[in-house]
Design a protein around this ligand. Structure first.
Ligand SMILES: Cc1cc2nc3c(=O)[nH]c(=O)nc-3n(C[C@H](O)[C@H](O)[C@H](O)COP(=O)(O)OP(=O)(O)OC[C@H]3O[C@@H](n4cnc5c(N)ncnc54)[C@H](O)[C@@H]3O)c2cc1C
Length: 251
């Protein structure tokens, strides 16, 4: 469901909000040798069956180790500040203020912070920020517990994340210890990482997850009388929420 919503939302997002995202040239996914949950051939076959174009890259623009195959994807970078400016100019937005007063309808877009009629958990996350003048594009290593270098809205700043280390289950975490683990993981595939990147800090945020076993990240709208509560999925699934609410209101 998450994959289907993302596929449908991707084209519509580009069509309806062409200025809210940019292409990431050189956005590479590497399938790790041995450690990947699926091998290179199965991975390519799965992408094809899902109707996703696979562009195989023969040679990486930088030396990689322990990578069985590489593909280039057309996944894009979302420009959240551009979106925030656009909607702030159109709507009377007062961010991070508790709701007060009487309304015909309310739409709770706090990503579950005010509660949802579903079992959820919050996950504190930490991504590391690096500066690089030489790096272009993005790199994600598919080895089960993925590692990823991704651009940000700032041309020279990149995030480093890894599935096992990005979540912070313990609030007394030692950032430098986390950094050492994340850098070790990325260096396994990209030995030149320390020469290419300079650590500049962290970006912390919080994820809301449905407590089910299927890793469901689909967008869902719950209704309690005149309040709609949006459980966001991936960002390009926002249309699911919009369409459902408009339909419920007969718009
Ligand atoms: C580390 C990380 C990586 C991610 N990677 C991706 C990715 O690659 N692709 C993707 O599509 N998605 C990704 N996501 C998910 C994506 O960030 C979320 O789906 C998206 O931010 C949800 O948008 P939202 O507006 O619903 O919630 P948020 O962006 O969380 O916005 C909710 C807002 O509500 C405000 N708020 C909270 N409580 C209250 C209150 N009581 N009253 C008023 N305001 C309140 C908050 O301050 C916040 O501004 C990632 C998330 C994390 C944490």
């Amino acid at each position: 469901m998450t994959r289907e919503q993302s596929k449908a939302g991707f084209d519509r997002f580009i069509r309806e909000y062409p200025d809210f995202s940019v292409a990431v040239p050189g956005n590479l996914y590497g399938i790790a040798r041995r450690l990947s949950l699926v091998d290179w051939r199965t991975y390519c076959d799965t992408m094809k069956v899902s109707g996703l174009a696979v562009k195989v890259v023969k040679k990486a623009p930088y030396p990689l180790k322990e990578v069985e195959g590489l593909i280039e994807v057309d996944e894009r970078l979302i420009l959240t500040s551009t979106a925030a400016r656009f909607f702030s100019a159109k709507l009377d937005i007062r961010l991070n203020q508790e709701l007060s007063g009487e309304f015909d309808y309310t739409i709770d877009c706090t990503w579950g912070r005010r509660g949802l009629p579903a079992r959820i958990e919050f996950e504190q996350t930490l991504m590391l920020l690096y500066e690089s003048r030489d790096w272009k594009g993005a790199l994600t290593l598919m080895d089960g517990p993925l590692a990823s270098i991704y651009p940000t809205e700032d041309d020279n700043i990149f995030t480093l994340s890894t599935v096992p280390h990005t979540p912070c289950h313990d609030i007394t975490i030692d950032v430098q210890e986390k950094r050492a683990k994340m850098e070790k993981k990325i260096r396994h595939y990209l030995p030149a990482f320390p020469d290419l990147f300079r650590y500049v800090g962290v970006q912390s945020s919080r994820k809301t997850k449905l407590l089910d076993l299927s890793a469901n990240r689909a967008c869902t709208v719950y209704r309690e009388k005149n309040e709609f509560k949006v459980m966001s999925g991936k960002i390009d699934a926002i249309f699911v929420a919009g369409d459902e609410i408009k339909c419920a209101l007969g718009l």
